[in-house]
Design a protein around this ligand. Structure first.
Ligand code: PMP
Length: 444
């Protein structure tokens, strides 16, 4: 395999070898496909990517999620070009697109009465922690085990490197996690237990969920689970924070919260809200919660309140707001969430036929246009969350080696299929049924 890629992707190999001298590991994106070496992509259009050696790929990575209408879209690009001609990339002052984007998002997502654009999903999650604490006067944050809410210190608790027991929180001192807890995914009893305990240790400011399940439904949850979490939040006076960085404007225009019928106090956005352009993060929510956002001491409804500081020199640039506003309008016009979802249904059906045909130890499913393709081993330990998860135990229980799981991403790549870490596939409205059928053949 090494030889195969060294020949097919010779220029990538050369560049990455040199890049390793100046970039740690030679990689800037952790999930950029890493085996046998990162492939250098130089062209993107619609549902296709081309690498520096001229090889063509179908794109199921979609830049990690933002490009639901396809890469390098002409309508979005033209609007951004017009904007650049007029005012350049940023002025640091207010631009009409900031208002247009905030208004559009609040029209699409009913729980979002107010919205503020930030630089990334990570920043928006950090901001939500502060706002929740100020709005409730409570201390603790509870998150679903395995969920990713960006890489800030206090939310790094419980993120496991898939297939190992390592936490992705090396370098963060334990005291930082004093007020961060985890509950077992899909387990309302466990959540309630933690909410009850917290009544005696400073209360719960917020329960963070990825509505479809941790890591974008890598570990799926029951359809009524998010509603159950909401009911518990209301009962114990905690805010419900819905992390829609992946699901916002992907599951539907009203996000996963529309699909599950919940009304979160705070919603976190990212990815699609900047249409694939830089500066993709935002926080929205109920007016009485969002009033705690700003800086310092301020007056709201005649009372002085402390506000949560947030900022960012490059947050809410005209480029991100213009691209975000335009892409949301295009999603609406092209019915992109539904189209991408139908493409995902077709893909998953085809992949499951292959899995059955060869009797493979794999599982494949989708929530809208987010598809998951895992070995039974990975899934087994995600579902049986309470069991300790180690490489030898995976091997013992399922007969599959960790290394074999990792090779799958390389196998797809060899067939011209770019996936997210070999196990997540985003579809976009740039796919046609013919493309999907061609991809099914390649996966097969
Ligand atoms: N929350 C979720 C659910 C995510 O998937 C991500 C990014 N993958 C983040 C937060 C962090 O967003 P960003 O990468 O923009 O910081």
């Amino acid at each position: 395999e090494d030889e195969y890629f060294a020949k097919k992707c010779a220029k990538s190999k050369e560049m990455i070898t040199e890049a390793k001298q100046v970039i740690p590991g030679g990689v800037q994106h952790n999930l950029a496909f890493n085996y046998p070496f990162p492939i250098v992509m130089t062209k993107a259009k619609g549902n296709k990517l081309w690498d520096i050696d001229g090889n063509e790929y179908f794109d199921f990575l979609q830049a990690g999620g933002p490009t639901i209408i396809g890469s390098n879209d002409d309508v979005v690009k033209e609007k951004v070009k017009e904007l650049l001609d007029d005012c350049g990339p940023s002025t640091g002052l207010f631009h009409p697109y900031e208002y247009k984007l905030a208004k559009k998002i609040s029209e699409c997502v009913p729980s979002v009465e107010m919205f503020r654009m930030l630089g990334s999903g990570t920043e928006a999650c950090m901001c939500a922690v502060r706002v929740a604490r100020l709005a409730t006067g409570h201390k603790n944050i509870i998150k679903m085990g395995g969920a990713y809410h960006g890489w800030s210190d206090q939310l790094a608790w419980g993120m496991r490197v898939p297939g190992t027991l390592n936490l992705q929180s090396h370098g963060v001192p334990m005291f930082v996690f004093k007020h961060t807890q985890e509950f077992f995914p899909n387990d309302l009893k466990d959540l309630e237990k933690k909410l009850i305990i917290n009544k005696f240790r400073g209360g719960t400011a917020a329960v963070f969920i990825e509505p479809c399940g941790p890591e974008s439904a890598t570990r799926p949850v029951d359809k009524d689970f998010p509603k159950g979490v909401q009911a518990l939040c209301r009962k114990y006076g905690a805010l419900l924070v819905c992390d829609e960085v992946v699901t916002g404007f992907r599951i539907g225009l009203s996000g996963a919260q529309g699909y599950y019928g919940i009304d979160p106090d705070i919603t976190i956005f990212g990815k699609i809200i900047a249409g694939g352009y830089p500066g993709a993060g935002g926080i929205g929510g109920h007016r009485e919660v969002m009033k705690y956002l700003g800086a310092g001491l301020d007056k709201a409804e005649g009372k002085k309140i402390h506000k949560a500081m947030c900022g960012g020199t490059m947050a809410a640039t005209p480029i991100s707001c213009c691209a975000g506003y335009t892409v949301i309008c295009e999603i609406e016009k092209r019915n992109a969430c539904q189209v991408a979802g139908q493409m995902a249904d077709r893909l998953v059906k085809g992949l499951n036929e292959s899995i059955k045909k060869y009797d493979l130890p794999f599982v494949c499913y989708n929530v809208g246009s987010i598809c998951q393709l895992h070995t039974v081993a990975t899934m087994h330990f995600r579902i049986n969350w309470k069991k300790p998860w180690t490489i030898p135990s995976v091997l013992k229980e399922t007969g599959i080696r960790q290394t074999e799981m990792q090779y799958m991403g390389a196998a797809y790549m060899a067939e011209g299929l770019v996936t997210l870490a070999g196990s997540r596939l985003y579809t976009s409205s740039a796919y046609t049924e013919e493309d999907i059928d061609e991809c099914i053949k390649r996966f097969d």
